[in-house]
Design a protein around this ligand. Structure first.
Ligand code: KG4
Ligand code: ZN
Length: 335
């Protein structure tokens, strides 16, 4: 049987990413051009700047991916592209590049949901084993997603306000740490102790929803109140306390959903899955449950990349899912 190559394109936020996946699960190339340096001084992603960088980078990154995989367009069986959700101007660059290439080379075009991509990053680690539960924790999303088969996504809980990564970034800003703040809080938390009392948002009994805005406000208030009293709170203790609250809620709700839905596998997805404290807490929670396999992708596959988009694209391509040249960016797309 001939090898199948799917080229993935991801431009939903501030990474211009192109990857090539061989036979659904093997990474032939995975190129990410990060724009973080350009957005840092603004304390967050500036949509207009993101779009301009994507325009500058996209053809270079595509060429680099083909070179690294030692392939040409004649070897590519499908082009998978993130159609949403994300920043509309940023998404449009990837969507239009994908359409142009599909048209020029006569290659099938496959639309991919960004969060499906984060979940399928796990398929580059090991085969997905259904039914599974995905804990999606990124800068824009915090969701528990139940999957009974490929392409079936049931959101059983989601954040009602801030995403976990967003809370990390806002708390980091309060502590004067650079953007994106998640990795800095993670590093500080390891040096501190969680001795500051902060709330945990459990919400109603039985709910798998999340809420992080109250926690974020509690952190900000704690800092302000201390300042007014002329005290200084150790930032590492605040980071550790904040992180402990986030992790406790994420892990407990995941454990509960795993039991209720009787899943075989738990997969973790999104930028916050790079968090050392969360990884350790999940490993501890699931290490004794032999019937449940916990999968956490390596750091490079947790944050935005195109390998995950091509991984979804490979499955969808096999299932006959196609987009035509009217494909548009869908910034608010539901999974
Ligand atoms: O999935 P992602 O790369 O982009 C989105 O689709 O949102 O996630 C980015 C988010 C940022 O909020 C960043 O602060 C957070 O992931 N993040 C972390 C860590 N590494 C990245 N949060 C906590 N701990 C980390 N180690
Ligand atoms: Zn993402």
């Amino acid at each position: 049987k001939k090898d199948q190559f799917v080229l993935g394109i991801e431009t939903s936020c501030d990474e211009t990413a192109v990857a090539i996946i061989k036979n659904g699960r093997e990474i032939a190339a995975n190129v990410v051009a990060s724009q973080i340096e350009s957005h840092k001084r603004f304390g967050g992603v500036v949509p207009e700047i993101a779009s301009r960088h994507h325009v500058e980078q996209i053809t270079i990154v595509i060429e680099e991916a083909l070179n690294r995989a030692n392939l040409t367009f004649s070897d590519i069986n499908a082009i998978a592209v993130t159609e949403g959700p994300g920043l509309v101007g940023a998404l449009l660059i990837g969507v239009n590049a994908a359409k142009a290439l599909a048209f020029a080379h006569g290659i099938p075009l496959v639309p991919v949901h960004h969060i499906a991509g984060h979940i399928y990053a796990n398929r580059l680690v090991t085969e997905l084993n259904f039914p599974l539960l995905a804990l999606v924790v990124s800068g824009g999303h915090t969701e528990l997603v139940y999957m009974k088969e490929h392409g079936h996504f049931e959101v059983i809980g989601e954040t009602r306000d801030d995403a976990a990564g967003e809370a990390y970034d806002k708390v980091a800003r309060t502590l004067n740490l650079p953007y994106p703040g998640g990795p800095h809080i993670d590093r500080l938390a390891a040096e501190g102790s969680p001795n500051i009392d902060l709330p945990r948002a459990w919400l109603e009994e039985g709910s798998y929803d999340f809420s992080f805005s109250g926690l974020k406000s509690a952190v900000i208030n704690t800092v302000h109140n201390a300042e007014q009293r002329g005290e200084i709170i150790a930032p590492e203790d605040l980071a550790a306390s904040f992180q402990a609250s986030v992790i406790e809620v994420l892990v407990k709700k995941t454990e509960k959903a795993v039991a209720e839905y009787g899943v075989k596998q738990v997969v973790v997805a999104g930028g916050v899955a790079a968090n050392k404290g969360l990884r350790a807490a999940l490993e501890k929670a699931f290490s004794e449950k032999e019937s449940i396999e916990l999968v956490i992708p390596p750091l490079s596959l947790c944050t935005d990349n195109a390998a995950m988009i091509a991984a979804v694209g490979s499955i969808m391509f096999e299932r006959g899912i196609r987009a035509d040249l009217s494909l548009n960016a869908l910034p608010g797309l539901d999974i």
